[in-house]
Structures are given as C-alpha cells and as structure tokens.
Design a protein around this ligand. Structure first.
Ligand code: SF4
Length: 312
C-alpha cells in the first residue's frame, strides 16, 4: 500500500517491502514475434512499434542464460552484491510460442538462485489457459510471477487507429482469467495517444482501477523512427504531450489508482538516436519526467488513491 509519506506505491517499494532488499529486473530479449506482426491477427504491428519495443542494446539471438548472467553482473557492479533479481521477458509477445519453448525459457530463470521472480510481457489475446497453467506452475516452485498485458487505451477507436488488433474485452477477459490463479497482473497504458483527450485517458485509468489488476505501467506516447506512427506524425496528423501535459495526465491516473496498485513505471524511454518526439522520452531524461509527475502531485496536494474512480 502507498505509505503516508509517499506519493505513490512504487515497484521499488513493493519489492523492498516483500524481499527486504533491493530487487533488480534483468530485461532479456528473445526471438519472439507477435500475432499482430505475423498475420495471425493483423500485419504491420501496432503503429508505434519498433522491434517489439526491444531496447537496442539487447540481442535476441544471444543465449538467454548469458543475457541473465550479464544483467546480474552489471547490476551488482552498480548496486552492490546484496541484490535479488526478476527476469523480465520484455520484447514482442513472450507467451506466443509452443509449450516446450516457453517452458525452456521460463525454466532458465529457475536455474539461478538469486532470481526470485519472472515478469512476462505479452498481449491480452495471447494468454490461453495452458499458458496460465504453465506460468502458475512456477509459483509452486517459489517464483513470483507477473504477467504484463498491454491495454494501452480503453477507447476502441484508438485501439483500431493504432492497429492493436485486439479489443478491450480481450483485456478484461485475460485479467479475470489470470486472477483466478496465483499470478499477478500488470497493465500497460499509454497517455497521449492520437486524438485522445483528458477524458479518454481517465476512462482508461478507471477501467484499470475497476479490475483486479495488481500493477500498472504508465507511458507517454513516443514516436520512434521508421514506424507508421512516425509517418503520421510527420504529416501533422496529431501532436504529442508536452512534459507538463504528461505530468498532469499521469497525476490524474495515479490519483484514481487504488492504494494497493503497484506503479511499475511512470515513463517510457528509447535511445536518443531512435526518438523523434517528445524530447523527454530518453534514458537521460527519465528522472526529469518522474520528478515532473511527483511535482504535479505535490502541487495538487494529492497522492495515489486520493480520488476514487467509483462510488465505493
Ligand atoms: S503487440 Fe507489442 S510486439 Fe506486437 S506489434 Fe504491438 S507493440 Fe509490437
């Protein structure tokens, strides 16, 4: 829960409280694809997607165990030895494969003693029962398992415009089925999507707040080179949020999130050379964005859960 002296309940606070020390995420990339790219659901992918949102420094062909070991080594050099780890399967749809392959990649996390959890990013239409069975089996082996579903917006017209190729109902269905199990759900949302106003973004936040979701990642829309959205943006079809606007909209969402909801992320970033706009979505400016949101909450005298979305 959000502490009285904190503005929101961060992932760092949640993990520290649960494990008694710093827990670091090791992000890995694997040669997955996505049903929105390979033609199963659609072709071309989400209009903002570039390489399944993979960080440029990660090489999906590198052996998984090596990627994890190198991530652990880098984290220890930076934060000291007293760490635990989550393996984060991030790019593309990390449940979109056959059972044997999925089992082999999740099993790799179990091989390392300091790994206490896995975090699996995927689409809400890529969570059949057998995948949830498999993921739940790791909780019986002592791992904490989070599954991250991209919703992005609760406005179906927006989902269609950005070519998500799934509906809001897919998200609700996936969340409800996942929460029948001992699994944790994190929802991804994007603020500032084309043609959305404050009310659209609030509605997305309200949908998350109404469901048994455990965590949320909030991202500003950012335009990456060589995407369909970059072409639309160049034609002037829509604008991106200024830093102030983004801080205001993110604060609106935090205010209506229940106090137990873990805020996994408050921004999104990409390498400077791949970014078109807005200027603040880079690794170098990440803290500036977080400070802007915290400043907005402080200015309002508000905090996570101070406004309930519903009549509870
Ligand atoms: S679902 Fe994810 S990986 Fe697939 S096209 Fe959209 S952003 Fe890219």
């Amino acid at each position: 829960m959000v502490a009285v002296d904190r503005l929101y309940y961060s992932l760092k606070d949640y993990l520290k409280h649960k494990y008694g020390r710093r827990v670091q995420k090791i992000t890995v990339a694997l040669p997955f694809t996505c049903p929105n790219i390979d033609g199963t659901k659609a072709k071309g992918g989400c209009t903002y997607c570039f390489s399944g949102t993979r960080p440029a420094h990660l090489e999906p062909q590198a052996p998984l165990r090596k990627q994890i070991e190198e991530g652990i080594k880098r984290a220890k050099e930076r934060y000291g030895k007293n760490l635990l780890f989550f393996v984060y399967y991030q790019s593309y749809s990390n449940t979109y494969g056959d059972r044997e392959y999925l089992k082999s990649i999740y099993d790799t996390a179990l091989e390392l003693e300091e790994v206490v959890g896995i975090d699996v990013g995927t689409r809400p239409d890529c969570a059949p029962e057998w995948v949830l069975d498999l993921l739940e089996s790791y909780t019986l082996k002592g791992l904490e398992v989070w599954i991250e579903y991209g919703l992005q917006s609760a406005n179906f017209n927006t989902l269609r415009f950005i070519n998500r190729a799934h509906g809001i109902s897919d998200f609700v269905d996936a969340v409800l089925r996942t929460k029948r199990r001992n699994l944790k759900v994190c929802a991804h949302i994007i603020l500032g999507l084309p043609h959305e106003g404050k009310e659209d973004m609030l509605e997305t936040g309200k949908l998350i707040a109404s469901l048994p979701v455990d965590g949320v990642k909030i991202h500003p829309l950012h335009i990456i080179k060589n995407t369909k959205m970059a072409e639309q943006y160049a034609r002037g079809e829509f604008e991106v949020l200024s830093l102030n606007e983004y801080a205001e909209r993110a604060a609106d969402i935090i205010e209506i999130m229940p106090p137990h909801m873990v805020i996994h992320r408050l921004t999104g970033e990409v390498e400077q050379e791949r970014l078109i706009a807005p200027y603040y979505c880079t690794y170098a400016r990440k803290q500036e964005v977080i400070k802007a949101i915290e400043g907005e909450l402080s200015r309002r005298g508000s905090y996570q859960g101070c406004r309930t979305a519903f009549n509870r």
